[in-house]
Design a protein around this ligand. Sequence first.
Ligand SMILES: [Zn+2]
Length: 449
Amino acid sequence: MKSVKAAAAIYWNPLVETLPLERLRELQVKKFRRIVKWAYERSRFHRKLYQEAGFKPGDIKSYQDISKVPKVEKSMMRDIQRKDPFPYGDALCVPLEEVTEFRQTSGTTGLPVYQPDTWQDWEWWAESWAYLLYAQGYRNTDRVFIPFGYNIFVAFWAGHYAAEKIGCEVVPGGVLDTEARVLKIQELQATAMMATPTYVLGMADTARKKLGIDPARDLTIRKITCAGEPGASIPSTKKRMEEAWGAKVFDHVGATEIGAWGFECAAQSGGLHVNEALFLVQLEDPETGEIIEEPGRRGKVVITALDRIAQPCIRFDSKDVVEWARDPCPCGRSFRLLKGGVVGRADDITKIKGVLVAPSAIEEVVRSIRGLSNEFEIVVTKKGDLDDITLKIELLPEAEGSREFILTQVKDQLRLKTNLGYNIEIHPFQSLPRYEVKAKRFKDLRKQG
Ligand SMILES: [Zn+2]
């Protein structure tokens, strides 16, 4: 048993992060029952959903009973919104007067979902991020720079508040452009930052090309927390970011309608811990609905935010595809580990030529090959009855001499990692689209005829 002092140096909440799994389960069941009862009594949406399924909060006696509770999908949330109490609709569990925060989802897959939070919820958001930042080594000696246009989306507001809660000094890099942000980081000797992987790589490029600044050599950022895209859990993308910045790069997973539910710790063991103090995560077989407890089998995340009260997130079908890791993390947390982070989204993982492909597997190949730029695009079309997949990549000017060698490498690696043959197009450097925040690299044109 570690001494209390030693544990406090590693964990944000030394007690709960080292609880034996069965004690964590007891805590989760207790909290789960509480939030279900809360929603049943206050939200017309939840009461109707549960009544139609013949379910009552009192039916939950054990962990096994949790899967009896009907699931909620994003489309259901869209249907109830833009109605009274405006604009949230029937799932709101508190008087409108108690709502203090408005955020919304990005709406990349349809109408955005509005998310109300009370001040208590907002403190909970900061707490969930405090677990993850502390686990990644953020301390009160850090000066944290946030190079992000703060707006109606939740990123990186909660990270900002959590860093303050830990005692870090926070520099909001809101409306500045990329060059101004790099210069501000240099001027203030900031030690940590938070950004999407696309922006982390883009920022390093701008620093080098436009300012002659090599982030790894000339800047003092040593910790980067990523969000919004899976890049920080894709080994080759993580490596590119770490080399560009001379920093440790950490992943985290969260969503507006759920919360920040998983994080990579300083041990970088190749997985994400589920924050089991604040969330209940279950993996479900997408075909049979069976709950997966064993490692090595992929499933969909069904998740409950155990303490969020304004618009509860109970048994939400997140569409994230994950698998449990086989070994515990060397950091000593009892929070379970997801191997390789979120490996895909149930929506993104598509069948191409009869093979299941996650775009993240293609990214892993492209980013692992020297001589290619960070940009790529995948286009799937139909030729007659057959699927056709094209990968567009960019060769760096200095790699022009090894064009054929690189082409063969890409082909072989893709065949090995995804079991598919591709048309590969090499485009001139800097000709593929650049993205500021989140990239859209996967284009499935098959349904457009
Ligand atoms: Zn760990």
